[in-house]
Every structure is written in structure tokens, then in C-alpha cells.
Design a protein. Structure first.
Length: 266
């Protein structure tokens, strides 16, 4: 498996420093948070997008994905949501990223069935657009669709290869789902896996990999046992936790921890 980290852990850091961190600490790629406060977002010009792609190529790194904030199950008109997803897909194509991350965002204003149908309709519409651009849209296990079983209700309705799943191991665990069950639900659609660690179920402050309560050993074991050979991306949510330790000092121990788990499960 290949290892990446998300720029959510180093908010606002210039790309030259992001690529230097990835190279220095032995990661194969980076997931780019797409937000106006970050160096990479949908407002970049064609020249700026080409510069992003060139910077990663020069560093010998992959851009794993564009982590967007479109909420495909949110109530309201389809138009603005589809426009946001398409803009993310175009950005991913232009910088050489194979994946775009979207959230469910179903909220409490509609039933689960209505949220499922809304998300599936929008993802199905966006799928052909993404296919034409060689990008895959991944629905993250998050918020209203926290578990693999939740996400599968949507993905089963979509039924398109260009729409898949992003397994956030914290959310499936907080949703009461065991890693073996999450993988069973998501494996037919799995794009990549976001790993992380947290202090406790009641305190989701990010900590170094292996220093918290998430079942990372079980996650890596089930992936390895089933021959899955994709990406593990460390999403360290420093952006939301002012007291979190700085990510750069944790990157090498985190990579070593994941490598150890991979070796033990081989």
C-alpha cells in the first residue's frame, strides 16, 4: 500500500513546503484540501493549476485526491451542488488527481431515504462528467452517512464505476461499525482509506498514529487479508483543533507505525 497525508494537517502551508515534508518523511503522495484558504482551490487559473501539477511531478509525488466540501445529500436544488462537484472534478483533472472527495451532508431536515435518493441522483448525474475527465468521485463515510452500510445505500443506487467510497476509519468506528464490516460494505467501491487516531470517542482531538483509540491494526489487517493494495491517507485534523500537536514532527513516526502494521499483517 502507498502512504499519503492530507494538507488538512498543515493548513495554509505553501505547496513547496508540503512537497518537501512528504519527501523528507517518506510519503508517496498528498491529499490536497480544496478550500479558498489553501494554496489549491477551484479558483485557480489554468496556469496556476499547471504549476501545481508540475510541482508534484518534480518532487516525484502523487496528488492522491482533491478533498472538497460539496454535500451531495444536502436539501435544496441540485444545480449549485452539481456545479460545485463539477468544479472539483475539473480541478482534479487539471492537477493530475484521480479522486475527488465529497461529503454526504444529509442533515436532519429530511428522512434517510430522501437523503439517499438526493445523493444518488446527484452522484449519478456527476458520474458521466467525471468519467469524461478521468476522475472518480468518492463519497466519504461522514456525518449523515457515517458507516459503510450508510454509504452503501447511496452507492448501490448510483451503480456507476466513476462513483466510489472513501473510508474514513474514525467515522465508521464512531458509528459502531467494526473494520471487517466496513470493508465488506465498501470494498466493491473503495477508492482509498483515510486513517487517523483520536484521544477517545468523546474527545476527537487528533493524536499521532498508534497513540489513540482507533482500531488501525484491525483496519490494516482486514485490508491486507483481502489483498487490497491502495492508498492509506493520514488525515490529521489540525485545522479544527488548536491544541493539536504540529503534524510535521509526527510524520515520520506515523509512517513508521503504518509500515509496521503493514509488515505485521503481510
Amino acid at each position: 500500500m502507498k502512504l499519503a497525508f492530507s494538507t488538512l494537517g498543515v493548513p495554509g502551508l505553501p505547496l513547496s513546503e508540503v512537497t518537501a515534508l512528504a519527501t523528507a518523511h517518506g510519503y508517496h503522495g498528498v491529499e490536497l484540501r480544496a478550500h479558498p484558504e489553501e494554496p489549491v482551490h477551484t479558483g485557480l487559473t489554468a496556469e496556476q493549476r499547471a504549476d501545481v501539477a508540475a510541482a508534484f511531478k518534480a518532487a516525484g509525488l502523487d496528488v492522491l485526491g482533491v478533498a472538497g466540501y460539496a454535500r451531495v445529500a444536502a436539501p435544496g436544488d441540485d444545480g449549485p451542488v452539481l456545479a460545485e462537484v463539477r468544479a472539483l472534478v475539473d480541478l482534479a483533472r487539471d492537477i493530475g488527481a484521480p479522486y475527488v472527495r465529497v461529503f454526504p451532508g444529509g442533515g436532519d431536515e429530511q428522512s434517510a431515504e430522501e437523503a439517499d435518493a438526493t445523493a444518488a441522483r446527484r452522484l449519478g448525474t456527476a458520474a458521466e462528467y467525471a468519467a469524461d475527465r478521468g476522475v472518480r468521485i468518492l463519497l466519504e463515510t461522514h456525518d449523515s452517512h457515517r458507516t459503510g452500510a450508510d454509504a452503501m445505500r447511496v452507492l448501490g443506487l448510483v451503480g456507476h464505476r466513476q462513483v466510489g467510497a472513501l473510508w474514513d476509519v474514525m467515522h465508521t468506528w464512531l458509528g459502531g461499525e467494526q473494520p471487517v464490516d466496513s470493508f465488506a460494505a465498501l470494498s466493491p467501491h473503495l477508492g482509498y482509506v483515510q486513517v487517523k487516531d483520536i484521544a477517545s470517542a468523546d474527545d476527537t482531538t487528533p493524536v499521532g498514529l498508534g497513540a489513540g483509540v482507533l482500531p488501525l491494526t484491525d483496519v490494516v489487517e482486514v485490508l491486507s487479508r483481502n489483498g487490497w493494495d491502495g492508498w492509506l491517507c493520514w488525515e490529521y485534523e489540525a485545522r479544527w483543533y488548536a491544541d493539536a500537536a504540529p503534524l510535521p514532527g509526527l510524520l515520520t513516526p506515523g509512517r513508521e507505525h503504518l509500515s509496521r502494521l503493514l509488515n505485521e499483517s503481510a
